[in-house]
Design a protein around this ligand. Structure first.
Ligand code: SF4
Length: 510
């Protein structure tokens, strides 16, 4: 092991892993854009960490990861120990290393970001966990004692998987139900493969099953089994329902042909890319009533409305699908754009044109199919209720953008199922599931008096992720799943396990 050079950051510049060459991407290569560090590169990049004493990176990470510590273990080549430490706080580290907007989180707060280039925290996190898993490392549960409790988790997205991981580490049997046939939720179906290879979730499923987590996939609560049955048969239930209903913006003309909501567009395209074939271009998508026929984008002019990470996934997908022109319309300026700066830079490199300070007013067409978007230029006015400056349309600034396909990526809202109310689970006015406390030390008396973290108005049911906080990052959903699991552990520590019923309705779902 080489001795740490404190000023290594001066000699070794920040470097990301190599990327798939631009021409291949333009020719439709869907492989993960960033490759993996070789050992020598990973050690060099990890060794750039200053260990500055007050790790702002860890505070900026929603999971409060022990970043300087696992960077040092990686520098020393102690990968298994580094992987164990990564998992102490993060149930999905190889996923977060790939999809977190690090420039807004850990790396944005790195001391070296001020002039020297932040440590490549996400890429080292991915290196540690990918290599440790490939090398046979698995979470060590050898000292965990089974409590006899069983918890049903509804939703195999990041919140649900995170909760399952923590419960398994506490000796609680987690059984995860999901309406899809693969785990991951939007990690599998929504995030394009150039950001997250699908094999990552396959490996994570293997890891979780090795920890004793059980999956019941292709099972929809409310259709195949009721929430009542889950609350009767399990000691507690966690709801990680996600947030799938898209915000359409109510634009005139949004019902025209070739106006597509972002998420079904990404899901349908993901199925085609994963080799399921062109026959899935119009196949039904579980959870969406409206059928979406995925158009052939080759040679088309595509306009994406919205500047968040989903919008970036759409523009970069459209490039790989062969669109002749891809433009992104966003109503605020670049500094106020919610999408990750790294994603914007990648999109620009791939030829995407950004039209900032433009507000869509109307989608125009020939009566059947969209052919243009009418937009107005905007200026930024006073802040709104969330503190973000409002975009105000400038009178007389209207123009028309030609478009063969328009993708609407304005964001998502919770879509709470009716069966929540039957179990006394209350919603907030905005449709999100109400929880009694959001995080912190669930052992404190104050928290216990109010309610446990992420406990809903039904004491046996917990919830977290986008259905509670609104559409947000994978890492924040993982955080909430982790914290909810702590709440469940606290609840069950005072209760005997429920007896398994004879003639259980769960028998029919495996
Ligand atoms: Fe950074 Fe995300 Fe990893 Fe936290 S989980 S260290 S924010 S990449």
């Amino acid at each position: 092991m080489t001795k740490k050079q404190v000023f290594q950051f001066r000699d070794a510049p920040r470097e990301m892993p190599s990327r798939i060459p631009l021409q291949l991407r333009l020719n439709g290569d869907w492989g993960e854009l960033y490759g993996r560090f070789a050992e020598v590169e990973a050690k060099k990049q990890a060794g750039r960490c200053l260990d500055c004493g007050n790790p702002y990176c860890g505070w900026a990470c929603p999971l409060h990861n022990y970043i300087p510590q696992w960077l040092e273990l990686a520098r020393e080549g102690r990968l298994h120990e580094a992987a164990s430490l990564c998992h102490e706080t993060n149930p999905l580290p190889e996923v977060c290393g790939r999809v977190c907007p690090q420039d807004r989180l850990c790396e944005g707060s790195c001391t070296l970001n001020d002039g020297f280039g932040a440590v490549t925290i996400g890429a080292v996190e991915k290196y540690i966990v990918d290599n440790a898993l490939a090398d046979g490392w698995r979470p060590d549960l050898s000292t965990v004692k089974a409590t006899g409790h069983r918890v049903a988790i509804v939703g195999a997205g990041p919140a649900g998987l995170s909760c399952a991981d923590r419960l398994a580490r506490a000796g609680i049997q987690a059984v995860v139900f999901d309406r899809y046939e693969a785990i991951g939720g939007l990690l599998h179906f929504g995030i394009p493969s150039f950001k997250l290879e699908k094999s990552v979730m396959v490996k994570r499923r293997e890891v979780l099953e090795g920890m004793g987590v059980q999956f019941r996939l292709g099972v929809e609560i409310g259709r195949d089994i009721s929430l009542d049955a889950l609350t009767a048969e399990f000691d507690a239930v966690f709801l990680g329902l996600g947030s799938y209903r898209y915000t359409d913006g109510g634009l005139p003309g949004q019902d025209l042909r070739n106006v597509l909501p972002a998420l079904p567009f990404l899901v349908q395209n993901g199925r085609v890319v994963q080799g399921d074939g062109d026959n899935l271009r119009s196949a039904p998508i579980a959870g969406w009533e409206d059928q979406l026929e995925l158009p052939d984008l080759r040679g088309k002019r595509v306009v994406v409305l919205g500047g968040g990470d989903t919008g970036m996934d759409c523009v970069r997908s459209a490039v790989r699908m062969g669109a002749a022109q891809v433009r992104c319309v966003y109503r605020r300026d670049e500094a106020n754009m919610p999408g990750s700066a790294r994603e914007v830079a990648n999109a620009r490199e791939e030829g995407v044109e950004f039209l900032f300070n433009r507000q869509p007013l109307e989608l125009l067409g020939d009566g059947t199919t969209v052919n243009a978007v009418r937009v107005a230029e905007t200026r930024l006015g006073p802040p709104d209720a969330r503190g973000r400056q409002r975009a105000e349309a400038i009178e007389g600034s209207e123009s028309v953008l030609d478009a063969d396909v328009v993708i609407i990526a304005f964001g998502f809202q919770p879509d709470p199922p009716a069966w929540l109310a039957q179990q006394g689970i209350e919603l907030a006015d905005n449709g999100r599931i109400k929880v009694l406390a959001t995080s912190g030390n669930c052992a404190t008396k104050r928290k216990a008096a109010v309610g446990l973290p992420y406990q809903t108005t039904n004491p046996k049911v917990f919830a977290g992720g986008d259905a509670v906080r609104g559409a947000d990052l994978v890492v924040t959903a993982a955080f909430e799943g982790r914290e909810a699991a702590a709440g469940i552990v606290a609840l069950l520590s005072e209760r005997a396990p429920v007896a398994v019923q004879n003639n259980s309705p769960l028998a029919k779902v495996g």
